[in-house]
Design a protein around this ligand. Structure first.
Ligand code: SAH
Length: 255
């Protein structure tokens, strides 16, 4: 398979905005991001280059400084050799590819620590916005009864399935187009996504929780907490606590 590499310089300050840019450029065909190098299969580049160029121009703080064909046909294998499987606690191993969530982001590690401290036996868990599947895999390894992992991004769905298999954990991984929130199904909902998406999905999260079930949300900052708490309370959830890691927050609520 042939690849092109795009060299993209960013001066975006807000980390979540850069994450959004990365997420969207993946939707246009980029499948691996390594610092300022964005890799895309050459045929997708041919098909989508006008959209990608226009998308980069749309961002003031982004500059597409160059594009080259990768010389190495085995580029994918080379990349994987240089970016080995991430080794996490409990023997969990994650191959990140393009999907977000190799496990080291402050938000992800806060959620992992909370999972490790909880009793998950008999719990039905939803991981909304699963990325690499990392949280879903932790929940299952820690004894959850059933874990559903959902993502809007097709490549994340594939990557989460691959990582679940790599870790020998049985997880139901679904694309969001085939997942619907049913009432009173989950005892724990994990959602590490942007604040606006969390607010948008709050009614579904609340509805899908059993009485006494918990919603753990991360992916936002201190200044976002009042809006998230208000949205949660509007749906009948009660704040349990807010944990911090650097500038990031984890909010836990109970139904
Ligand atoms: N859960 C992982 C990844 C978080 S990144 C971790 O904690 O490390 C957020 C993920 O949410 C991305 O994979 C993104 O594709 C997904 N996402 C964004 N909007 C979504 C939506 N509306 N529905 C489902 N998944 C979504």
């Amino acid at each position: 398979m042939r690849y092109h590499v795009l060299h993209i310089k960013s001066t975006i300050e807000k980390e979540w905005l850069k994450d959004l840019f990365d997420q969207h450029i993946c939707e246009l065909g980029v499948d691996t991001i390594d610092g300022e190098d964005y890799y895309i299969q050459s045929d997708l580049w041919e098909q989508n280059h006008e959209d990608i160029e226009a998308f980069c121009e749309y961002y003031e703080d982004i500059q597409l400084v160059g594009v080259e064909a990768c010389p190495d046909e085995n580029w994918n294998a080379t990349w994987e050799a240089e970016h080995p499987v991430q080794e996490l606690p409990l023997g969990i191993r994650i191959v990140p590819h393009c999907a977000f969530g190799a496990g080291h982001h402050e938000t992800t590690s806060m959620l992992i620590n909370s999972l490790v401290a909880a009793d998950l036996s008999d719990k039905n868990v939803l991981d909304h916005g699963t990325g690499t599947g990392v949280l879903a895999i932790f929940a299952k390894r820690l004894g959850a009864k059933h874990v559903v992992a959902v993502d809007i991004d097709e490549k994340s769905v594939e990557n989460a399935k691959e990582n679940a298999e790599l870790n020998n954990e049985k997880i139901e991984v679904l694309h969001s187009s085939v997942f619907s929130f049913q009432p009173s199904v989950f005892s724990l909902v994990l959602a590490n996504i942007h604040r606006n998406i969390l607010i948008e999905f709050m009614p579904q999260y609340a509805r899908s929780l059993q009485a006494g079930g918990e919603l753990w949300m991360s992916g936002f900052y201190e200044e976002d907490c009042p809006a998230l708490q208000a949205a949660a309370e509007k749906e009948g959830l009660t704040l349990i606590d807010i944990l911090a890691n650097g500038e990031w927050r984890l909010m836990r609520c109970r139904k």
